[in-house]
Design a binder for this molecule. Sequence first.
Ligand SMILES: Nc1ncnc2c1ncn2[C@@H]1O[C@H](COP(=O)(O)OP(=O)(O)OP(=O)(O)O)[C@@H](O)[C@H]1O
Ligand SMILES: [Mg+2]
Length: 247
Amino acid sequence: MAVDPLIELRDVNKHFGELHVLQDINLTVGRGEVVVVIGPSGSGKSTLCRAINRLETIESGRITIDGRPLPEEGKGLAQLRAEVGMVFQSFNLFAHKTVLENVSLAQLKVRKRRRDESDRRSRELLERVGLSAHADKYPAQLSGGQQQRVAIARALAMDPKALLFDEPTSALDPEMINEVLEVMQQLARDGMTMVVVTHEMGFARSAANRVVFMADGRIVEDRTPEDFFTSPSSDRAKDFLSKILKH
Ligand SMILES: Nc1ncnc2c1ncn2[C@@H]1O[C@H](COP(=O)(O)OP(=O)(O)OP(=O)(O)O)[C@@H](O)[C@H]1O
Ligand SMILES: [Mg+2]
């Protein structure tokens, strides 16, 4: 595949004290690609995502988005966080703001859109995630799956170049997982560039262009889902798959 790189990590290293949490990480995510990151707890998946968004600094190596190094601070950083949206396990919605206000807020503050323009865009996005009827409710009045879809709409409202998801469904009751995965599937089909940390292997199989398997701060495998699931080459991945596929 001819890759038009959007996110690139070159020889990235980071420690937390003694712990070498990211070890010589090299990863390229092409425009429109969906990369699923899996691996045991503590392997560095969240740290990797957070580093791409500069929620964590790195000690050596290089991270570029669309050919540009990550900004250090200030305005550039706010711009980066808008361009590379992040969706977390906990939805982090403002409890005292309505769904519509939650989706419009950063459009007003960061994108400097007018209120009517922001609200129009928010309503379009709420429609896209199946929540048109809930625009005037407060987060506490929604289910977890609905709140997570609001968080996705909020990230989309920045017109991001890429979206990072860190276990977006792992705090949800089973019956709500699919409604969130379906929204993500649709984004993938629409060509959104996505890095997704998840244990949802069905999603990895059906939506990912590549699966990246991490263990102990390293990328151990980086292959197509087909290759990864049918013939993992490392013992670490074989062991991991045998454990999770039993559940
Ligand atoms: N701010 C921090 N300070 C110190 N250690 C940290 C910090 N954040 C993470 N770690 C450690 O770094 C390692 C990697 O953490 P990370 O959260 O990236 O793992 P993960 O692969 O996302 O795990 P999980 O599947 O449990 O979410 C872990 O051992 C964790 O305890
Ligand atoms: Mg994590």
